[in-house]
Design a protein around this ligand. Structure first.
Ligand code: IPM
Ligand code: MG
Length: 358
């Protein structure tokens, strides 16, 4: 039996997670799966209920589960509370407490959505990039950090730090994954300015020696941001630090038509993982039933593939998503003329039905 902890979170989180659970139910019916589900609060919802965006009880359940399905967190309601209690800090603490250092963000363009991309169809057709983002270090976690008074004014500061071992392990994840696909890795840094990424480049180059088949290249982050919109198909696997990965993955998401299409897996050394869409909680559209649940549904597929080792189920979920796109169903974010605009619930039901083979 496998246990999955469900953390819907805030904003559109609960709506999109519900649809992923509908798909999970259909998967359980079709495949022989034995899954025990548990739920807990995280983010603003947990802060409202217990005064903490990551209550001890949620963390304990997360530690015990084989995998975590996560919605999204945050919203203007919690923007002005004490910094340590903000919803985002709950997610960061969860990633760090569970050692989820490897964040995989596949940006794949479904041919059906070529028209929805902000780039010309010929620039993005066939796009298949995997961004491997380091998730538990770098400037997100470096100490010291804060806002202080100095010489009569306020000064804000953060620390960008990576140890050699942190760089090595994320490089290996990227190389191992690249070996299963195009065997090309582009390491993104700012080695012309930042010492920490100068070392990053050196360490990644050193690690690559154990992977003679991998073609390794290096790119400065400003250039990478430009190349992603100029000629995105030049990339196979991109490996980078926490902050650059955060930014580049949102950019890559738009190439695929909508940030509502990008799933993610955050894995520890043993492939235990947290699975979440790359997008945020979209408070402006929460509760309206118009959010795109596909990134969360495809995060469930990644959960099946990486944490439960069920490639068959993952493939079937992804095929069901394709089938529904073939049928012309679109949520508002990926809608183009000639397709049918559907709600969050209709999209989830259609994928569940396609999966059940009805
Ligand atoms: C992401 C998000 C998070 C991050 C926020 C919500 C803390 O933007 O997963 O990309 O910055 O990592
Ligand atoms: Mg982000």
């Amino acid at each position: 039996m496998s246990s999955i902890l469900v953390l819907p979170g805030d904003g559109i989180g609960p709506e999109i997670v519900d649809e992923a659970l509908r798909v999970l139910k259909a998967a359980e019916k079709r495949f022989d799966l034995n899954i025990q589900l548990d739920h807990a609060l995280v983010g603003g919802a947990a802060y409202d209920a217990e005064g903490d965006p990551l209550p001890e009880s949620t963390l304990a359940k997360a530690r015990a589960a084989d995998a975590i399905l996560f919605g999204s967190i945050g919203g203007p309601k919690w923007d002005n509370i004490e910094r340590d209690k903000r919803p985002e800090r709950g997610l960061l603490r969860l990633r760090s407490s569970l050692g989820l250092f490897a964040n995989l963000r596949p940006a794949i363009l479904f041919p059906q959505l070529a028209e929805a991309s902000s780039l010309k169809p010929e620039v993005v057709s066939g796009l298949d990039i995997l961004i491997v983002r380091e998730l538990t270090g770098g400037i997100y976690f470096g100490q010291p950090r804060g806002i202080k008074e100095e010489n009569g004014e306020r000064v804000g500061f953060n620390t960008y730090v990576y140890s050699e071992s942190e760089m090595k392990r994320i490089a290996r994840v990227a190389f191992d994954l690249a070996m299963q696909r195009g065997k090309r890795v582009c390491s993104v840094d700012k080695a012309n300015v930042l010492e920490v990424t100068e070392l990053w480049k050196e360490v990644v180059t050193e690690e690559a020696k154990a992977y003679p088949e991998i073609e390794l290249s290096h790119m400065y982050v400003d250039n990478a941001a430009m190349q992603l919109v100029r000629a995105p198909k030049q990339f196979d696997v991109i490996v980078t630090g926490n902050l650059f990965g955060d930014i580049l993955s949102d950019e890559a998401a738009m190439l695929t038509g909508s940030i509502g299409m990008l799933p993610s897996a955050s894995l520890d050394e043993n492939r235990k993982g947290l699975y979440e869409p790359c997008h945020g909680s979209a408070p402006d559209i929460a509760g309206q039933g118009i959010a795109n649940p596909l990134a969360t549904i495809m995060s469930l597929a990644m959960l099946m593939r990486y944490s439960l080792q069920r490639d068959d189920v993952a493939d079937a979920i992804e095929a069901a998503v394709e089938k529904v796109l073939d049928q012309g169903l679109r949520t508002g974010d990926i809608y183009t003329e000639g397709t049918r605009k559907v709600s969050t619930g209709e999209m989830g039901s259609a994928v569940a039905e396609a999966l059940a083979g009805v």
